[in-house]
Design a protein around this ligand. Sequence first.
Ligand code: NAI
Ligand code: 15L
Length: 279
Amino acid sequence: MSDKPAKPVLLTGASGALGRVLTRSLSADGWTLRLTDIAPFPDQVPTGASFTAADLNDGVTIARLAEGCGAIVHLGGVSVERPFEEVLGPNIRGLFHIYEAARREKARVIFASSNHSIGFHERSETIGADTQFLPDGFYGLSKAYGELMGQLYWYKHGVESVFVRIGSCFPEPVDARMLATWLSYPDLSRLVARCILAERVGCSVIWGASDNQRMTWWKDDARGRVGWQPLDSADPFAGQLAGKVSGNPVAERYMGGGFCALGYSRDAPAPQQLSQPGG
Ligand code: NAI
Ligand code: 15L
């Protein structure tokens, strides 16, 4: 198998933290990238790449940018918890523009989903990729909706998708929760490359976490299908971070951490037996 895709790859959210990481790693491998973001690209645009400023709300420009692309790595949009109206345009309408473009181009979508689509699962659980969504805010809800939109386009139009439910992708883990959820930049880069190069992916979910001993929360995903295994680990940081907890009982109880506690208005954390739908 070639280690370069035959067609250009469209990368949204290119000016953001992970967009810049992937721009560096994929262009270093000689890939042809079309970069886009509403914000200017802050680095030098690498050889083999071009940058076009665009709003994800602008479906005409997104369609034009996707012309001739074989894959779309969709990172763009609101990436933290925000009011519903702020999330709606970039994360919902924008995603629709991405999937319409993918349908027209017969392109594969690699969607940066998030652990916040399942954030209200208890940390004591071990959940598979087919678990029910339990979003922990409007942001997580937009990621769950995004995965459902990807399923619609797969079953109705044959558009392939990988939903990468990223844990915490930062240069280093910074607190006790990230001893479980951390995904290193090199593991992210290898994962995205495999999602694009794998022959067939269908409509798949992969948990985006490195090989962390404390990652007992997530299991059974499609990593084997794309040929990815994480090589890095948060474990060497355990000594310095194990005690670095928030002190907030809601944040510490659920996988989504602090996002679960934002605007939380129950009197107390939901009792475990009542936390399922209908409870
Ligand atoms: P980021 O916030 O640094 O990057 C997002 C980019 O999207 C920004 O450059 C922003 O300008 C762009 N954007 C926002 N609204 C837009 C619009 N209307 N039109 C075009 N572009 C727009 O986020 P980061 O950390 O790089 O994350 C990338 C993706 O990965 C996001 O979708 C995020 O939800 C997802 N993710 C990231 C995680 C992490 O730990 N960094 C964890 C889970 C998911
Ligand atoms: C995310 O989805 C966010 O984009 C990122 O900023 C982190 O908050 C991450 O999840 C996390 O849960 O650590």
